[in-house]
Design a protein around this ligand. Structure first.
Ligand SMILES: C[S@@+](CC[C@H](N)C(=O)[O-])C[C@H]1O[C@@H](n2cnc3c(N)ncnc32)[C@H](O)[C@@H]1O
Length: 207
């Protein structure tokens, strides 16, 4: 189910990221977008040896830090990718290939709604890459962001989001640690992709 309120995403217009090479997707496959210095990705891969994680970060210095730690731990189930996730996802992933997605503390420019994931035409494409019953996790310390995301999930994307406060002892990412240490509240929204959910990209595969 989709809405006509947003521009339609045009995957065919996106060039492959520099140095892109196709990889084998192994199941169950998870995706983290905006992995930062990789705290969550490294922990997830260590704690879940039976799950595979692709973790993408586009900022060079953060990625270098993440890649160095990933190399030291040489985790066979973690792939650290330096790229803009949008063209990378378009070029690398087939429909219904993801068992789960993490968008942790994306911190968009507050005045730029088009940078917020559920406001982006790309979000429909991302939903198309998720398997039935796959979970998308979004976390933020910005109350207006989680409120807007919840409303968009319900009204624009016809999904049933579950929003709750992140436990004060949680330490999944560097930003989460920083916000909770300052005494701020962090929120999480979980979305399960329902069986039979349809998008306009369900048959779309990059030629
Ligand atoms: C505020 S940081 C949070 C990093 C980490 N998730 C954490 O919580 O510590 C958001 C990160 O998302 C990355 N990012 C934003 N949009 C991205 C995109 N389209 N592709 C890859 N990374 C992206 C930024 O470079 C930035 O490092």
């Amino acid at each position: 189910m989709t809405s006509d309120n947003l521009r339609t995403f045009k995957p065919e217009k996106l060039f492959a990221p520099r140095d892109f090479s196709q990889l084998t997707i192994r199941q169950p496959q998870y995706l983290e977008i905006g992995a930062g210095r990789g705290k969550h990705a490294l922990m997830f891969a260590q704690d879940n040896p039976d799950k595979h994680l692709i973790a993408i970060e586009r900022t060079r210095n953060k990625f270098n830090d993440f890649a160095e730690k990933a190399e030291q731990l040489s985790l066979g189930n973690l792939m650290a990718v330096h790229a803009d996730a949008i063209p990378w996802v378009v070029h690398a992933l087939e429909p219904k290939s993801l068992a789960g997605v993490f968008l942790l503390y994306p911190n968009p420019e507050p005045k730029n709604p088009s940078q917020r994931w559920l406001n982006m035409p790309f979000f429909e494409f991302l939903l198309s890459r998720m398997q039935d019953n796959a979970k998308l996790v979004l976390a933020t310390n910005i109350e207006s962001y989680i409120e807007e995301a919840e409303q968009l999930a319900r009204e624009q994307w016809q999904l049933g989001p579950n929003v709750f406060e992140v436990d004060k002892s949680s330490q999944r990412t560097h930003f989460e640690v920083k916000y909770l240490a300052r005494g701020e509240t962090c929120w999480q929204m979980d979305i399960i992709k329902p069986e039979g959910y349809q998008t306009r990209f369900d048959e779309w595969i990059k030629e």
